[in-house]
Design a binder for this molecule. Structure first.
Ligand code: HQG
Length: 179
């Protein structure tokens, strides 16, 4: 992606996950807004996106941050505004991974993984993705989560369209620090 495309993607994620009011739109209870409404509001607020750029941001990217369905668009995950994505619960793979940094470990050991402002804890199906997520904040530490054990104990998991696994809390006794 060019710098400009990345900046546009970040702004779109900001609007659709955190601050729809920044461009005067509202999301429905599942996080959707009409594409036409979004594009008009972006243009009106001096951040125009044309159809080709939108297609690039929502097409086959590495992250699949956005979903488009029936003329509507939403962020696939990562919200801080209250939304119910209406994802069906899915059994997770046996192990999932979470990337973080050393300074958060005391809190995580005491309290497990918490959503911390987002609606869900984000988990990855592979270590490399988790390491990349952790590296946003410093030297990454990858935690292994006993997802099968949690699922057997009744915890619910969802898989976002982005491939990210979502759950509401990972208790400390389901977490191993692998480095
Ligand atoms: C930590 C990006 C202390 C947690 C990525 C994390 C991801 C605790 C931070 C997505 C804690 C929350 C989400 C506890 C959790 N005590 N620290 N009890 N529980 N933490 O950004 O998973 O590029 O909300 O380890 O790729 O880092 O935006 O979550 O470090 O998928 O599309 O609190 O954001 O996607 O940070 O990242 P975040 P995250 P995008």
């Amino acid at each position: 992606m060019t710098d400009r495309t990345t900046a546009t993607s970040k702004f779109l994620a900001y609007v659709l996950r955190h601050q729809p009011a920044a461009i005067g739109i509202t999301l429905d209870s599942a996080g959707w807004v009409e594409v036409d409404v979004l594009l008009a509001a972006l243009a009106h607020h001096g951040r125009p996106i044309n159809g080709a750029l939108l297609a690039r941001l929502t097409g086959d990217t590495d992250k699949q941050r956005f979903e488009i369905r029936d003329g509507r668009i939403r962020a696939a995950q990562g919200h801080t505004v209250p939304v119910d994505l209406c994802l069906a619960p899915e059994p997770p793979p046996p192990l999932l991974y979470h990337g973080t940094v050393a300074r958060f470990l005391p809190g995580i050991r005491a309290d497990g993984l918490r959503p911390r402002g987002r609606t869900h804890v984000h988990l990855s199906a592979d270590r490399q993705t988790a390491a990349t997520v952790g590296a946003r904040r410093g030297e990454p530490i990858v935690l292994t989560v006993d997802a099968a054990g949690m699922h057997a104990a009744g915890n619910v998991f969802h898989r976002a369209a982005s491939g990210v696994w979502l759950t509401t809390h990972v208790p400390p006794d389901r977490i191993t620090v692998v480095g």
